[in-house]
Design a protein around this ligand. Sequence first.
Ligand code: FPP
Ligand code: MG
Length: 293
Amino acid sequence: MSWIRDCSLNAFQSFCARVLRCGPIPNHVAFIMDGNRRYAKKKNVQKVKGHSMGFDKLAETLQWCLELGIYEVTVYAFSIENFKRTAEEVSSLFELMREKFNRLLEEEDKLMEQGVCIRVIGNLTLLPADLVTLIAKAVLLTKDNSRAFLNVAISYTSQDEMCEAAKLIIDGVHKNLITVEDITIELFSRCLYTSQSPDPELLIRTSGETRLSDFLLWQVSNSYLHFTDVLWPEFSAWHLFWAVFLYQRHCDSLPKDNTSHVCENENSRVDKFIKSIEDKRLEFLKSAVSSVV
Ligand code: FPP
Ligand code: MG
């Protein structure tokens, strides 16, 4: 199945989406897509089929989000902890990702027409090189799109992300690019993989687990968290609407995200340091593409 789908809302659901749009809509929603294997067991199919149906649900959910006016989505597709699963499951998940990223590249025209920017967040050095090449191609192809943003967390954990940010900062101090006094909450945020995104206002986790599983721990400190029992492949537009409705009921009491990712002084030392990190990340992606023989 394709990443880009036609909208699957029926007339009544479209009406409800329009009603919800009269209230505050989160700019950015994060999903922990949990329950694929339990769904596979329930349906008596192989685990990888559960993950593949999980991908189909992701494509559907992205369309529902656009219908609601949610233009940024971050999903947890593969955590560093997931490397501990059986070799068979890990390799079948990577094979599914290869298939989907290849499909995404084939859909280049549609993707560019829709203006979707795909970002992959995580420690890509832990992934097979050919998968990194595909990911890098998709990210570089869409990097200037700005109508909608999809951030896919692969080989990600929040603790690893924070360690990597700490290493970058320490390196910056050693090289005299920044000083210890420059280290602020804003600087730390800008060193994370998610530096280009506002924090999600809403996080949804399916499958009845009420944990964050090391996902966006820094970024969701002020977000509305919604846990639902439904298994991810069974997630429906109604589940999304309900989560957004509950967010609307609570959003007035949520602290506002006051970490600005916008440079106040283009030439400041800190901005130059952040630019050097962005350049390094871009260079990594470009070298992953050009290393293919
Ligand atoms: C959690 O369910 C799901 C995952 C670990 C994988 C999610 C991956 C996808 C939906 C495909 C993503 C692909 C791309 C290209 C973005 P689980 O395996 O923990 O299931 P369980 O909780 O029932 O055991
Ligand atoms: Mg799980």
